[in-house]
Structures are given as structure tokens and as C-alpha cells.
Write a new protein. Structure first.
Length: 318
């Protein structure tokens, strides 16, 4: 696929069976014709787009690009109930109150800062947990809530000279490759998506590890979901850690999840993205799993991340 419209050029991502790179977009002036090309690319290339910019973009430009895909959602871990346990004394604090307090402190409530650098000074943080530099497991963003965000956007600000790549795995392709017998087996099953840990293995703010996946705090979603914007089916597993198939004995749940994860993350469904500074990669969480490869603790990596509000998960039908 190669197309040019409204000054945008579109090419498939090299070495991938899905995904595309778009060049020529002005993130501060996104025209309706640009949006049409972006959405056509999204549908043609299974929900993964890399926007190539030759410079770092501004926060308002990233928010404008995010708005092409939907309404901006709060960053996880800073609003009570969204990847953050409610601290004692804040039970009656409204979302508006929390947002006002964040903005008064200079914090953008819609932006996540991911890295081992201070967001304001870009100096290395005094301490960064060792697990941060290890491999981050395959996951879907914030799928531990009832209505997870639909799109995630990641903007590369500082990248190491090796490692820290992001892997993407098409769950549409994984669903298409399920045997008829396995599809029938899981069609009516739900898996609970655990909220205890982030994808690095570090517990989320205020969270306590459960005794077993059965007791884990999270939300159950159908293993097979429908993607309304494309009509396709996708596997929807969330993350392996503390996953639990509702209603099954724990040993049966573990065995089934091991089998499903082995299927869902086969190399033929996956692509590894090696970052360049300035890029913005956007993906549809309904269609993709993603992960991050390790990088050296002496190196720096710093990303901006935004996301869009989601919609209720639609189960696949027989």
C-alpha cells in the first residue's frame, strides 16, 4: 500500500504484516482530509499507525492527535479508581476536585510520563525500580476496568541506543487462527483482568498482591470480543499475570490461559518496533497486545503517553 493525500504519505511498516507509517502530518493543524486518510489507514492496517515526525511535538499537539481517535481519557494511576486505589480521606473527592488539584500543581491529568527521567528537568531520577528496566509483559492498557481505553498513543522523547523496543501482537490475526473447537470452547467464557501490577511487574499505587488469581481485583471481559469499527473479532486476554477464567477451578483456568497465551503471542502475529525520537505510535487496544523489551539501567528512556475513552466491550457472537 502506498498513498498520498492531503500531503500525507502512507507506507506499510517494514517487516510487519500489519501497521503503517504516516509522514507529512502537521500535528498542530490536522485537516479533515488528513483524518480521512488516517482512518482509512487504520482500517487497512489492523489498528497500528506510526506517525513519523522529525522533531519533538508539543503536549497540545499530542492531545490534538489523540482527539482524532476519540475523547481524551485521564492518565492511569492519578485519578482514584483508574489504576489507583483511593487513599484514606479521599473517598468523597470528586473527579473534578482531583483534576483541579492536579492542574494547580502543574500536572497534566491526561498525560502519562513513562521513563527514568524527571518529566520537568529530564534529569535521571534519583531512584528507579530495577524491574522498570526489565521486560514488560504482553498486555492491553487498563483492561482491568469495565470500560478500558480504546486507543493509546506513545511519543518517543528520549530513547536508548539499544533495547526498549515495543512489541505489538495482532489479536485479530490470533482470533482468526483459532481452531473452530477452541473458538467454541472460549466463546462464552470471560477472563478477569488483574489490576494489581503494572506491566513492569511493579504493584500499582495502593495495591496489595492477592493470595491467588481468584481473589485478584479486576474486571472480567469476554475472551473473544467484537471490534465495532471494523466488524472483526479479536482475542482479549489483558495480561497473563493473575489472569483468571471466571467459573473454572484455578488449575483448569491456568492451563487454559497458558494455551491461549501461547497461541495469541505467536511470532507470526507480532511486530517489534524500534523507536526513533519524535515518532508517535498509536494502536487500538481492542486489536493489539503490546510489550516492551529490556534496556540498560545506565541508559535513558522517556515517553509521553495519552489514551482515548473506550466503550463497553462487545462479546463475539456464535
Amino acid at each position: 500500500m502506498s498513498a498520498t493525500a492531503s500531503n500525507l504519505s502512507v507506507q506499510p511498516l517494514a517487516g510487519a504484516k500489519f501497521g503503517a507509517e504516516i509522514r507529512g502530518l502537521d500535528p498542530g493543524n490536522i485537516a479533515e482530509a488528513d483524518k480521512s486518510v488516517i482512518w482509512e489507514t487504520y482500517r487497512d492496517r489492523h489498528g497500528l499507525i506510526c506517525f513519523a515526525f522529525d522533531h519533538l511535538i508539543e503536549a497540545d499537539e499530542l492531545h490534538s492527535l489523540t482527539a482524532v481517535f476519540g475523547e481524551n481519557e485521564f492518565a492511569p494511576g492519578i485519578i482514584n479508581g483508574l489504576g489507583k486505589a483511593t487513599p484514606q480521606g479521599e473517598e468523597n473527592l470528586s473527579v473534578d476536585d482531583q483534576v483541579a488539584r492536579l492542574r494547580a500543581s502543574g500536572r497534566d491529568p491526561y498525560m502519562t510520563y513513562i521513563g527514568n527521567l524527571d518529566p520537568k528537568t529530564l534529569e535521571k531520577k534519583a531512584t528507579t525500580p530495577g524491574k522498570f528496566f526489565g521486560e514488560w509483559e504482553w498486555h492491553t492498557d487498563m483492561s482491568y476496568i469495565e470500560v478500558p481505553p480504546t486507543f493509546s498513543l506513545l511519543h518517543a522523547r528520549v530513547i536508548p541506543d539499544g533495547g526498549g523496543d515495543t512489541g505489538f501482537c495482532s489479536q485479530v490475526m490470533a482470533a482468526q487462527a483459532l481452531s473452530p473447537e477452541m473458538r467454541e470452547r472460549v466463546l462464552t467464557l470471560k477472563v478477569k483482568h488483574d489490576s494489581t501490577y503494572g506491566s513492569s511487574g511493579i504493584p500499582r499505587p495502593g495495591m496489595t498482591p492477592p493470595d491467588s488469581p481468584v481473589e485478584a481485583i479486576g474486571y472480567p471481559h469476554p475472551i473473544l470480543r467484537k471490534v465495532p469499527t471494523t466488524g472483526e473479532e479479536a482475542m482479549f486476554l489483558g495480561r497473563r499475570t493473575n489472569g483468571y477464567v471466571m467459573g473454572l477451578p484455578l488449575d483448569e483456568s491456568e492451563a487454559l490461559l497458558d494455551e491461549l497465551w501461547a497461541h495469541a503471542t505467536q511470532p507470526e502475529f507480532c511486530y517489534k518496533h524500534q523507536w526513533q525520537v519524535g515518532q508517535v505510535v498509536v494502536w487500538d487496544n481492542r486489536m493489539m497486545l503490546h510489550m516492551r523489551t529490556p534496556f540498560d539501567e545506565t541508559k535513558a528512556r522517556f515517553m509521553w503517553r495519552t489514551q482515548t475513552k473506550g466503550e463497553a466491550v462487545v462479546p463475539a457472537q456464535a
